[in-house]
Design a protein around this ligand. Structure first.
Ligand code: CDP
Length: 228
C-alpha cells in the first residue's frame, strides 16, 4: 500500500525547514507548501500599498485584494510565490519584509484566511507544509509532524548565506536581531503561537547536514505510508 499522508514541519526561522520540506516533497512526489511565504506575501502587499499594519481594520479591508498562489518555475526547478499574478518570490524574502511579517501574522483575521487556504491545499493529502502552526492548527491530524530547532549562530550563518545567494546583503547583527525578535513574537502571540505539537518529532539541525535531515524525514514517511 502507498497511501498519501500530510507532513507538517514547524519550527524556528532559518533552521532548514523550507529546504528540507522542499526536498522531502520532491522525493515523495508530494506538493510542497511554504506557509511562511503566504504571510510574507500579505506583508509585502501591505507595505507596498501603504497599509498601516497596526490598523487591523485597514488590514482586514485589504485581505480580499490579496490573491496568493504558487507556480513551479521549470527553469529554476523551484516554486515561486505569486501575488495578484506577479512573481514576488525574491521580494518577499527581503529583510524589510522579515522585519514586519511577525506583526502581520499575529493578526487573527490574517491567520484565519491563510489557514483556510492551507487546509484546502492539504485536503487530498500528499502535502509537505512548513511553518509555525502546521502541526498544531492547520493539520492537527497530520500523520507526521516535525519540529525543527538550531542554535542562533548556525541560523544566522544560514540566513546570511541564503540572502547572499539572492544578491541581498545584511549584517550578521541585523539578521540575528531579526531572528530573535521574530522568535519572541511568534512564540508569545495569542493566536496559534509557535509551539511544538505534543506528537511532533524534534530535530535539532545545528550539527546535521541537509541531506541527513531530508533522509531522516523521508525514512519516517516511508515507514508511515507502508504501515497504513
Ligand atoms: O523563512 P523563515 O524561516 O524566516 O520564516 P517563514 O517561514 O518565511 O515565516 C515568516 C513569518 O511568517 C514567521 O516569522 C511567522 O511570523 C509567520 N508564519 C506564521 O505565523 N505561521 C506560519 N504557519 C508560517 C509563518
Amino acid at each position: 500500500m502507498n497511501t498519501k499522508i500530510n507532513i507538517a514541519i514547524d519550527g524556528y526561522s532559518a533552521t532548514g525547514k523550507s529546504s528540507t520540506a522542499k526536498r522531502v516533497a520532491k522525493k515523495l512526489g508530494y506538493l510542497y507548501v511554504d506557509s511562511g511565504a503566504m504571510y510574507r506575501a500579505v506583508t509585502f502587499y501591505l507595505l507596498e500599498n501603504g497599509v498601516d499594519i497596526h490598523d487591523v481594520a485597514k488590514v482586514v479591508e485589504a485581505l480580499p485584494k490579496i490573491i496568493i498562489d504558487f507556480r513551479y518555475d521549470h527553469a529554476e526547478q523551484r516554486m515561486h510565490t505569486f501575488l495578484n499574478g506577479e512573481d514576488v518570490e525574491d521580494d518577499i524574502r527581503q529583510l524589510h519584509v522579515s522585519q514586519w511579517v511577525s506583526e502581520v501574522s499575529a493578526i487573527s483575521e490574517v491567520r484565519k484566511v491563510m489557514v483556510q487556504q492551507q487546509q484546502a491545499l492539504g485536503k487530498n493529502k500528499g502535502v509537505v507544509m512548513d511553518g509555525r502552526d502546521i502541526g498544531t492548527v492547520v493539520f492537527p491530524e497530520a500523520e507526521l509532524k516535525f519540529f525543527m530547532t538550531a542554535n542562533y549562530d548556525i541560523r544566522t550563518v544560514r540566513r546570511k548565506k541564503e540572502l547572499l545567494e539572492k544578491g541581498k546583503e545584511a549584517s550578521e547583527r541585523e539578521i540575528l536581531e531579526n531572528l530573535k525578535k521574530r522568535d519572541h513574537i511568534d512564540s508569545t502571540r495569542e493566536d496559534s503561537p509557535l509551539t511544538k505539537a505534543a506528537d511532533a518529532i524534534e530535530i535539532d539541525t545545528s550539527n546535521i547536514t541537509l541531506e541527513d535531515q531530508v533522509n531522516l524525514i523521508y525514512d519516517y514517511a516511508m515507514r508511515k505510508t507502508n504501515s497504513i
